[in-house]
Design a protein around this ligand. Structure first.
Ligand SMILES: [Zn+2]
Length: 299
């Protein structure tokens, strides 16, 4: 009887270990830091990089809210690390500043407005675009790369998969094709382009990590930032647009890959658990409005 129990326990153990070995590990081969040993960045500023009105919320919540309008925030983030500055996303193009007609990536669906320019917000804390050493872009939608051209001397960090995608032939979704064409125009040919493959530790000390979260676009990424007092913060990119979508793993119809989108949301959930991190969602206006805005900052 005892022997049988032992055999059964050993069998279960072997089965469990083989399941664990076979299970996909979201962090396998990644550059994610040890939460205890990770370095810190000094400051994290939120910049107002636009707001938008979309006439059909169901694009972001398929099957629900058809014909409802929804307002989104557009957010950029500035990080001080030692003597260096890193900008995360560049927002709606400055040509849209105070233009009552607004600007659009998909005119039939969404209109963006810009109440403050990126340049003026940098100036509020004594910076010029030329002072920004690195610009990391979450993905190539126009409301995220609208001002990349202001940072001609900065190193532009983006996923290789994203760069290859916007330079690939058109697919079957006209909206997506339109977004790719606009992306090529706004990105241009950066002088200092650094293409990233997967997760990447920007400063080599675990303080600022580019985290590959594909699905919204093929090379979408999020940013994990470690601060001394605020702890770990995840800047979403567009891995999710609304807190409610994150809770229910809802994938917008504009996303290029459904399964990747769900896996990336799961990866972010694992990061939140591992690092006890907060998630700041770029376009969730209700959440963004409650966060600190430059010149205030997180440290
Ligand atoms: Zn997007």
């Amino acid at each position: 009887m005892l022997r049988q129990t032992k055999v059964a326990v050993s069998f279960l153990l072997v089965a469990f270990l083989s399941i664990m070995e076979g299970a996909p590990d979201a962090f396998a081969g990644s550059k994610l830091p040890d939460p205890v040993k990770a370095g810190v960045a000094e400051q994290l500023f939120r910049l107002d990089c636009g707001r938008s009105l979309a006439n059909d919320e169901s694009v972001w919540t398929p099957g629900e809210n058809a014909g409802h309008s929804i307002e989104f925030s557009s957010t950029c983030w500035l990080i001080k690390h030692g003597s260096e500055w890193l900008l995360w996303d560049t927002g709606v193009p400055e040509v849209a500043f105070n233009d009552p007609k607004g600007w659009s990536t998909l005119p039939k669906l969404i209109v963006y407005h810009l109440d403050k320019t990126l340049t003026d917000q940098l100036a509020e804390i004594g910076l010029k675009p030329g002072d920004i050493n690195r610009v990391a872009i979450s993905h190539t939608h126009g409301d995220h790369i609208g001002n990349v051209s202001l940072f001609a001397n900065s190193t532009i960090l983006m996923q290789r998969a994203e760069y290859s995608w916007i330079h690939s032939p058109n697919g079957s979704n006209d909206n997506v094709n339109q977004l790719m064409a606009l992306a090529r125009k706004l990105l241009g040919t950066p002088k200092n382009l650094q293409l990233i493959d997967g997760d990447s530790d920007v400063f080599g000390d675990g303080s600022v990590i580019l985290v590959s979260t594909p699905g919204h676009t093929p090379g979408s990424q999020s940013l994990l930032v470690h601060l001394k007092n605020s702890g770990f913060i995840i800047l979403s990119g567009d891995v999710v647009h609304l807190e409610a979508n994150f809770e229910r793993s809802i994938v917008p119809s504009l996303n290029t890959n459904n399964a990747e989108s769900i896996a990336s949301m799961e990866k972010v959930r694992q990061l939140i658990a591992t690092y006890k991190a907060k998630l700041f969602i770029n376009h969730d206006k209700q959440q963004s409005d409650k966060l600190k805005l430059l010149p205030a900052f997180y440290d």
